[in-house]
Design a protein around this ligand. Structure first.
Ligand SMILES: Cc1cc2nc3c(=O)[nH]c(=O)nc-3n(C[C@H](O)[C@H](O)[C@H](O)COP(=O)(O)OP(=O)(O)OC[C@H]3O[C@@H](n4cnc5c(N)ncnc54)[C@H](O)[C@@H]3O)c2cc1C
Length: 221
């Protein structure tokens, strides 16, 4: 038997023993999705499934194990996904941290930044929002004006983000801010990670015509 085939058997056995029955049914509503974070309220099977998958590193199967991942190869991760589909297992965790921030940190972050943030993303402890768009910076993202000043021991941020999906549910936000007002429009922009639980950071939901919406405005005062 090839290594990949024995891995498949191992995965199949583990999933059968560890995926709760309730997590093998299609999601019926948004409430069935687990986004993690400090504000999330989840059922026992949802939490159990998340905990078990995170302990294996399988919420982010291809990330390195030292950062909370499963350390799987592309082929192994494909096997895991296929076996999950076979038993109709739900994704244990949806996350902008996994889809958007994690890959950027893996490529550009320092070892300390990776150690601090990636394992908490992998375990679903911190829910992240994305703060790029502004009222006057949509498709033309380089028009962004949120100002960030280096004050030595802290950064001072003033400005507004818009269309920040689920920001009212998030714990931290990764944002693009202007750190150099003299530079050309497409330069002088920095990528910053902000704890939203601090004075001066507020969010306000935006209602769409349907009456609900994931979108928010996020203010830095
Ligand atoms: C599902 C979803 C989730 C999102 N979540 C987030 C989020 O969490 N955080 C975040 O920061 N952003 C998010 N965005 C992006 C944000 O909502 C805006 O859609 C995006 O910034 C585009 O800006 P805008 O809506 O102001 O449109 P505009 O940039 O004003 O564009 C309006 C129209 O004009 C057209 N247009 C723009 N420029 C030109 C040009 N030079 N020439 C010709 N036509 C042009 C565009 O194609 C478009 O049809 C999300 C978007 C979607 C769809």
């Amino acid at each position: 038997m090839s290594d990949l085939e024995s891995f498949r058997e191992e995965v199949r056995d583990w999933l059968n023993a560890n995926c709760p029955e309730e997590m093998r049914r299609p999601m019926e509503s948004e409430a069935d999705a687990v986004w993690g974070g400090k504000k999330g309220q989840y059922s026992e099977p949802q939490l159990l499934w998340l905990e078990r998958m995170a302990a294996k590193g399988w919420t982010v199967p291809e990330w390195p194990t030292e950062y909370g991942g499963g350390g799987l190869s592309k082929e192994e991760a494909k096997v895991l996904r296929a076996e999950m589909r076979t038993i109709k297992a739900r994704s244990p965790l949806q996350s902008f941290g996994i889809w958007m921030l994690g890959p950027a940190l893996l490529k550009y972050g320092t070892h300390e930044q990776k150690l601090e943030h990636l394992p908490r993303i992998a375990r679903g402890e911190i829910r992240w929002a994305q703060g790029y768009s502004e009222p006057n910076a949509g498709s033309d993202l380089a028009a962004l004006m949120t100002k960030c000043e280096d004050k030595g021991d802290h950064y001072l941020i003033n400005g507004q983000k818009i269309w920040t999906s689920y920001a009212d549910q998030a714990d931290w936000i990764f944002a693009l801010v202007r750190t150099d007002f003299e530079a050309k429009k497409h330069e002088g922009i920095s990528f910053i990670l902000v704890d939203m639980d601090q004075p001066g950071v507020t969010t306000k939901p935006i209602k769409l015509i349907s009456g609900k919406s994931p979108f928010c405005e996020t203010f830095f005062d």
